[in-house]
Design a protein around this ligand. Sequence first.
Ligand code: IMP
Ligand code: MG
Length: 178
Amino acid sequence: MDTIKVKDKVFEISITAKEIQLAIMKMALKIDDDLNGKNPLFLIVLNGAFVFAADLLRNMKMDCEVSFVKLSSYVGTQSTNTVRELIGLDKALTGRTVVIVEDIIDTGITMAHTLPKLKDLGAKDVKIATLLFKPDAFKKSFKIDYIGMKIPNDFIVGYGLDYDGFGRNYAEIYKIVE
Ligand code: IMP
Ligand code: MG
């Protein structure tokens, strides 16, 4: 399918399933190589990263563990700033090498909130693996260790990413048609 409709918007194909899988295989090789022997804990950030994480982990050969977290968002009463709390963490992070698995880093605000929390919980080393990165939208300065693909600043859906809850189920990535 070259174009899809998700709710009221039309999206066109941007990254094929083949291109996605190739980027993931390369990333998995690199992570395997870098972290072999460190028994890393992969921390999957739900909901968006679930599809990427499944493919990434299936390409990993080393001993590793997997856990899932969610970032709850609520609007503070004093301001319109969204505060994101880490929920669902069921493993001790003390002394561990942690790899955060994200679908996309856009402004970087979400990750900039999350990183210090993981360090506070005692993680020895925190790495970031994101399938997609929008360099033109990025407002922060933290290091992103593993990037699958850099993409332009367009709104996208598919492969776990949603528009208002829909569109996560496609194997390809689609960008919005303005
Ligand atoms: P950030 O805090 O601006 O880096 O945003 C990160 C989160 O925003 C991601 O984990 C996604 O859930 C969401 N997001 C950012 N860009 C897109 C997009 O193009 N499509 C769908 N979700 C997006
Ligand atoms: Mg996300």
